[in-house]
Write a protein that binds this ligand. Structure first.
Ligand SMILES: NC(=O)c1ccc[n+]([C@@H]2O[C@H](COP(=O)([O-])OP(=O)(O)OC[C@H]3O[C@@H](n4cnc5c(N)ncnc54)[C@H](O)[C@@H]3O)[C@@H](O)[C@H]2O)c1
Length: 404
């Protein structure tokens, strides 16, 4: 994956191209907290239309319909029962199924949507088992449909800048990187997002039953792109350990672990991925790269260091200067308007704009099904390793040898 906004000419065979779609007709499955924001964004993106909605909660559908009605576009079809998502996927007038349901249901919906000839964009993680990751890859290959995981953190300004710098060779060979999801969500999860989530508390249910890293993709995604994973290197094996279970904030119903994993790549590089949502600590996605020529970290304080002056951490104004110098084109294109519409969530606007732009122009998407499968496979692989005392576990090559 290139994230360079080019036309994909001469890219690897993993860069699937499909016929351009003049106006992308979107069906949403899952209309909770996350999806309603996406419906709102789509109202401001040229060349797309929300034509169908599906959720298990009537109120969510009504709220999404109201957003669409505010913008005066045609009323969408609506499905509000257990099999509604299938009927939505079968609808002839849909190009893209945009999935914002709970973690465990993403893969089934994505596979069925592709089998019905639809492109798929799914929230993170795309799947929660390795078997489901393979089903995504197998189906995308068989149907030649796009399947992108909506990893919005890949579109954040610092991450895109580092990607730009990595592609220019500023860091030399990136030998080690770190990407995490450390977020004190005890209150939000225990209260089902302060009551904003109107369905079951699927996140508590998942976290209580699982022992690995349930949410690896925010940390891993931007690192994988900067390290050319799936397009020059591949993740080979992982060792993972979890702490004892941490009970969430006096609420007996929520527990989680702090999970730490080290991935080794084919080229002998390492990636540290951590997750914790149940300890009081400042938000961090870590995001650190360390190469033969330079270093970058985003948290807790953004900083660069460049050889040969590597003891000199470039922070504050010096850091800002580098951020400006290596600003990624997507930031130029989408940040200002995105901030007007969604404040700090402008990265979601950038992500959706890119998705619609690529579909409208028949371009490869910024991330492909192999990225979705690989990054999501860590949900189960970390758990297998952690449950076996940190045993090394092989990471499948979802590209079947085409990563080089
Ligand atoms: N990238 C980010 O920054 C970010 C932020 C928040 C959430 N998310 C992701 O978005 C997804 C949704 O999170 P949320 O906070 O909106 O949850 P939510 O509970 O508010 O929404 C999920 C909705 O899916 C619906 N649903 C579940 N199964 C369904 C089915 N079979 N058919 C139709 N509808 C079904 C539920 O009724 C519910 O309304 C998750 O994957 C989450 O991890 C991502």
């Amino acid at each position: 994956m290139s994230m360079n906004g080019n036309n994909g000419q001469g890219e690897s065979p993993l860069q699937l191209r499909c016929a351009p779609i003049e106006c992308v007709r979107i069906g949403f499955v899952g209309l909770g907290v996350r999806a309603k924001r996406a419906v709102h964004r789509m109202m401001h993106i040229e060349g797309c239309e929300v034509v169908a909605l599906c959720d298990l909660v009537e109120e969510n559908i009504e709220e999404a319909k109201a957003i669409i009605a505010d913008y005066g576009t045609a009323a969408p079809a609506a499905f509000c029962d257990a099999d509604g998502w299938k009927r939505l996927c079968e609808m002839p007038g849909i190009d893209l199924v945009y999935i914002c349901t709970d973690w465990a249901s993403h893969a089934d919906i994505a596979v069925y949507a592709m089998q019905q000839g639809k492109h798929v964009a799914t929230e993170v993680p795309a799947a929660t088992t390795v078997a489901d990751c393979w089903r995504l890859v197998d189906t995308a290959e068989a149907t030649r449909r796009h399947c992108i995981m909506l990893e919005n953190c890949c579109y954040d300004e610092f991450e895109l800048c580092v990607l730009n710098m990595a592609q220019k060779g500023v860091f030399g060979e990136i030998i080690h990187a770190e990407g995490s999801y450390l977020h004190d969500l005890r209150e939000r999860i225990a209260t089902n997002d302060d009551g904003g989530r109107k369905w079951s508390n699927w996140q508590v249910e998942f976290m209580n039953r699982h022992n690995g890293n349930p949410y690896p993709t925010h940390g891993l995604g931007p690192i994988a792109l900067a390290m050319n994973i799936n397009s020059g290197d591949r993740m080979k094996s992982i060792v993972s350990v979890s702490t004892k279970r941490i009970e969430g904030n006096g609420d007996e119903s929520l527990s989680g672990t702090m999970n730490s994993s080290v991935i080794t790549t084919e080229k002998g590089h390492t990636i540290l991925v951590q997750s914790c949502m149940t300890l009081p600590r400042p938000y961090s996605r870590a995001f650190l790269v360390s190469g033969t020529e330079g270093f970058a970290q985003k948290y807790p304080v953004p900083a660069f260091a460049l050889a040969p002056d590597s003891d000199n951490a470039l922070m504050g104004e010096e850091c800002d200067k580098l951020l400006k110098q290596h600003r990624h084109p997507f930031v130029e294109m989408y940040k200002e308007r995105g901030e007007e519409l969604c404040g700090r969530r402008w990265i979601d606007y950038a992500m959706d704009c890119r998705l619609i732009h690529c579909l409208r122009n028949g371009l490869p998407l910024d991330m492909n099904v192999y990225d979705a499968a690989l990054w999501s496979s860590l949900v189960e692989l970390t758990e297998i390793s952690a449950n076996n005392g940190g045993m090394p576990v092989e990471i499948p090559d979802f590209t079947r040898g085409r990563w080089g």
